[in-house]
Design a protein around this ligand. Structure first.
Ligand code: C2E
Ligand code: MG
Ligand code: MG
Ligand code: MG
Length: 279
């Protein structure tokens, strides 16, 4: 009986595997076909100075609305795009679109764009960035490129070289998801990052346990010692924001003050910033 179950299980299992693989393959094809169509759009999440509460920039976050499956999260489609190489044309589109948008604001706010490791293996990443800036007229110092330490796992030397070339263009380089990898501290030493982004998994611990804020506090003071500004991601509560204020974290980003949304929804915020700056 057990044998029959086993056999039946085996026969049942195999076609299911194929179905999953087929579905993934189809999704990869759909993804490539969707590049350059309105299925892909950027949402923008505001970032704020903790001390003043004023907006200081936005992070561009990619969204994919599949015609049949609806919204597909980037945690699913970005890795898929990386596997198939589609991240190269997709990443170029993100860069150009984010620069184009930010150039229209008439405000010196930063625009942060996430880069994937695959884009660093591309021969001409620097040219791609230079071209996006030239085409859109965005000042290089307004563009902030976010990378994670996975970039340094393999080919660290090459990554350092490309990062150096990017920095020479005048753009800024941020270390995203700080503290979640295996060698965050070593990574920090291997390149002069312009900003450290505290991962939201640490922020989420603030106020949860008695020592929940210890790591956030330690990263803030690490940034202070190194002279690198720190931004905390994933701020969802007033308590977490008060904690950042108390420990003089430079910037914050999180649902508490703004979700990633189409830029149209932030035009009032941008207008208010213009008024503030003129006043
Ligand atoms: P990330 O770069 O670390 O982006 C921050 C993520 O945290 C975003 O998720 C954002 O929506 C989410 N987040 C922000 N504030 C809060 C909060 O208060 N609470 C919670 N629970 N979440 C918050 P999202 O948009 O789903 O993106 C996930 C990841 O996908 C990004 O992580 C980034 O690694 C990747 N990604 C997104 N857009 C792009 C892109 O254009 N290119 C590349 N290469 N990767 C991208
Ligand atoms: Mg990011
Ligand atoms: Mg992050
Ligand atoms: Mg991430």
């Amino acid at each position: 009986r057990a044998k029959r179950d086993g056999k039946g299980g085996y026969r049942f299992f195999k076609p299911e595997m194929d179905a999953a693989a087929r579905e993934r393959h189809q999704l990869a094809l759909d993804l490539r076909a969707a590049i350059g169509t309105p299925q892909f759009a950027l949402h923008y999440q505001p970032q704020f100075e903790v001390a003043t509460g004023r907006a200081c920039g936005f992070e561009a976050l990619l969204r994919w609305t599949h015609p049949i499956r609806g919204a597909i999260p980037p945690t699913l489609f970005v890795p898929l795009a990386e596997e198939t190489g589609a991240i190269l044309p997709l990443g170029e589109w993100v860069l150009r679109e984010a620069c184009r948008e930010a150039a229209t604001w008439g405000l010196p706010l930063g625009i942060a764009v996430n880069l994937s490791i695959a884009q660093f293996r591309q021969a001409d990443l620097c040219d791609v960035v230079r071209q996006a800036l030239a085409e859109t007229g965005l000042r290089p110092d307004r563009l902030e490129l976010e990378v994670t330490e996975s970039l340094f796992l393999n080919s660290a030397a090459r990554s350092q070289e490309v990062l150096g070339d990017l920095k020479a263009l005048g753009v800024r380089i941020s270390m995203d998801d700080f503290g979640t990898g295996y060698s965050s501290l070593a990574t920090l030493q291997s390149f002069p990052f312009d900003k450290i982004k505290i991962d939201r998994s640490f922020v989420g611990q603030v106020g949860v346990t008695s020592k929940g804020g210890a790591i956030v506090r330690a990263i803030i003071s690490l940034g202070e010692s190194l002279g690198v500004p720190v931004i905390a991601e994933g701020i969802e509560t007033e308590e977490q924001l008060a904690f950042l204020r108390r420990h003089r974290c430079a910037e914050m980003q999180g649902y508490l003050r703004g979700m990633p949304r189409p830029i149209a929804e932030y035009l009032p915020l941008l207008a208010a910033e213009v008024d503030l700056r003129v006043a």
